[in-house]
Each structure stands twice: as structure tokens, then as C-alpha cells.
Design a protein around this ligand. Sequence first.
Ligand code: NAD
Ligand code: MG
Length: 400
Amino acid sequence: MKFQRVCVLGSTGSIGENTLDVIARHPDSMAVYALSAHSRVERLAAQAAATSAPVVIVVDTAARARFIQAWPAARPLPEIRVGAQALADTAADPEVTTVMAAIVGAAGLPSALAAAQAGKRVLLANKEALVAAGGLFMRTVRNHGAELLPIDSEHNAIFQCLPTNASASAPTEPAKGVRRLLLTASGGPFRCTALDQLDHVTPDQACAHPNWSMGRKISVDSATMLNKGLEVIEAHWLFAMPVDRIQVLIHPQSMVHSMVEYEDGSILAQLGQPDMRTPIAYGLGFPQRIESGVGLLQLAALGRLDFELPDYARFPCLRLAFEALVEGQASCVALNAANEVAVDRFLKEQIGYTQIARIIEASLDRVARQSLPGPDTLEDVLELDARARGIAIELCTSVV
Ligand code: NAD
Ligand code: MG
């Protein structure tokens, strides 16, 4: 395996920490080149010290000062780069072979796109980048010879089950012989909660995912199943799959990470513990298999695997995501932006849980359905994203 120098964007998050864990297991074949963090600068300093990263990226000069204060005095400082442009520049740095795009939200789009444009191996955890700019992103991967490896567990599972490693080279049509993609979802913490109780659930309850340990935003998305909706859009772009050939299945045990259904009636599945180090190790090691630190899956102890269809009355956000994908790129940008605003307000206890879906739906009505054709450049996407956020913020005070 060629030696990899990895830029981990969003290193202090859940995916970032898991990525550093896997990299540390393979000192002969990979090393950290750059790390970035938004608010947890002290954690970033500890990570940079532990990995001897030559470069770190922080948001502003205040964060730079905090980093220096947290740095162990006896050691030479790493190079500290500052600001959003530094994220994109470092993703494209000639020293970097591999970029882990693990910033949360559309804030991760410019740097993920810069990595693709520079022809890197892109390990894509940041699904919001594909939701907001799927066509542009995949075109960039194709045109610049980047290698795209999906890290989201469902897409990584599908990638492993496809005949040719579609998505690494950004396909323009579905893989031959494939009938459908079957995306599994746990159903989250409220799969069995009485519908009339959902108005009263708290952020901590929404973040208490039954099987996965993740950042707070994606945990709320998993509770509403907007996360699965984002993943349907993500699968559409990664595997060039029409929306009517993507099915969502609730699978409460989260052991089957997704499946590919073939024309001959075969279904191939990828199974494993719900631990993101498996897809991360797959992406880092590709095309080889490397050690990830993940334990064995004891099928006999598990005993059974259950599957059921999702209920749109319980999960209206999933319906909204399917609708947005059918409508086009503008709706997908608005869906994602409104969700980011609504989830942030919910986590701050400024709106209730069931308002999230209502704010997204009202935002789609106000923004996207009148913005056709969809945005096609990074600037257009960011402009529409900002407009949709403004409208969603207004709606947070009026939609109940
Ligand atoms: P997290 O909240 O734990 O971490 C987010 C990281 O992004 C942090 O390092 C933070 O500093 C950085 N960040 C946040 N806002 C930023 C901004 N405006 N500019 C620059 N950096 C910023 O999130 P996570 O759970 O690790 O998820 C990261 C991404 O991976 C998300 O897109 C999520 O959907 C995706 N993902 C996560 C998991 C998981 O298991 N956690 C699984 C699949 C996909
Ligand atoms: Mg996922």
C-alpha cells in the first residue's frame, strides 16, 4: 500500500476521533498531515501533540491563541493555518494524499470539493456535501481523477456489495445487474414512542441513539430519519441510482449496514458491529482490508435480524427528503439548510421536536419550489443555502 498522508477535516468530532484511532494502528502505511477543529481547540492541541501532525487549521485568531496556550511548551508548534479558506487549501495541499471529510453540515462542502478538485483520495463522511451539491461534486470527482470512498456506513456497505467498486470513479449510470439499493435504518430512539408523546421529547432523548455513538446533529437526524433521507440522496449521487430504485428498510439491530439487490434475485449484504472504524478502515485501506480495532459480530448471540418498512406518519422528514430528491437540486439544498437550522434550534431547546419537520416543509414551500433550475456552481449552492437558512430562521418563530 502506498504511504498515505491524511488530512482529517473535523478531527475533534466523532468520525474524526475514530479516524485517528484507525490511523494510529497503521504507522507503517499512513500518518496524519493536518487536523482541523471548530470549537474544541484544546482537544485539537492534544490530538496534534499525539499524532505529531505538522499542520492544524482553526477558525480564527482567537482560536489560534487558544491553541498556542494549550500546546505543550517543550515541543515545537505545528504550523497553524486560520480560516475557512485554509480548510480548502489544505485539502488540496500537494503534501496530502488522502482527505477525510468529516466536518458536519454544508460547512464541509467547500473543503470536500477542494479535495475532489485536487484529485485526492476523498473519504466522504460529510453527506451534507452530496445533498447540497451532488451533481457538482460527482462531476468534480470524475473530471479531476479523484478517488471517492463513501464512509457513511450504509454507502460503504453498498460499495462493498457492488460488482465493480462504483463511486470510487463517480459512475454516470447504475452498476450492471443491480435492481435496487436497500438502505437500512435503525429507526432511532423514537421508533416505538407513542406519536402524541413526540411533541415532548428532549434533545438528550433524541441524541440517545440505541446502537450508534455519533455527533449530536446526526443523532437528531437519525431520530427524525431525515438522516436516512439525506442518505437516499447521497446514494442517488454516489451510485447514479434513480430514486425509485432506492428502498429504505428499518432494521432495529443495526448489524446489516445495507444491501444490494440484483436482477437474478440475489441480495448481497454487509454486516458488522455498529462501529464507524470498519468503514473508515475500509476507506483508508482500499483496496486492501486492514485492521480496524472493531470486535467480532457474534451472530448466534444476536439470534435474529428484523426488517420493516418505515411509517411516514412517524417519520415525515423521510417523506420530505424523497420529495426533495424528485424535485431537484434546489429542493435538496433547502431541505438540508432548513434541517441544519431546525436541529440547531431544537438542540438549544428553542423549538420542539415535531417542529423540525414542519419547518423543513414550510422552507421547501417558500424557497426551493420556486428556485428552478437548481444551482450548479459552488457559489450558487452557497447563495441558495444562505437564503434557505434565513427563511428557516424566520420560520422557527412562526411555525408551531
Ligand atoms: P461531530 O459533531 O461529532 O463533529 C463535527 C466536526 O466538524 C468537529 O470536528 C467540528 O469541530 C467540525 N465542525 C463543525 N462545524 C464546523 C464548521 N462550521 N467549520 C469547520 N468545522 C466544523 O459530527 P460527526 O458525528 O463526527 O459527523 C461528521 C460528519 O460525518 C457529518 O456530516 C455526519 O453526517 C457524517 N457521519 C457521521 C457518522 C457518525 O457515526 N458520527 C456516521 C455517518 C456519517
Ligand atoms: Mg449512515
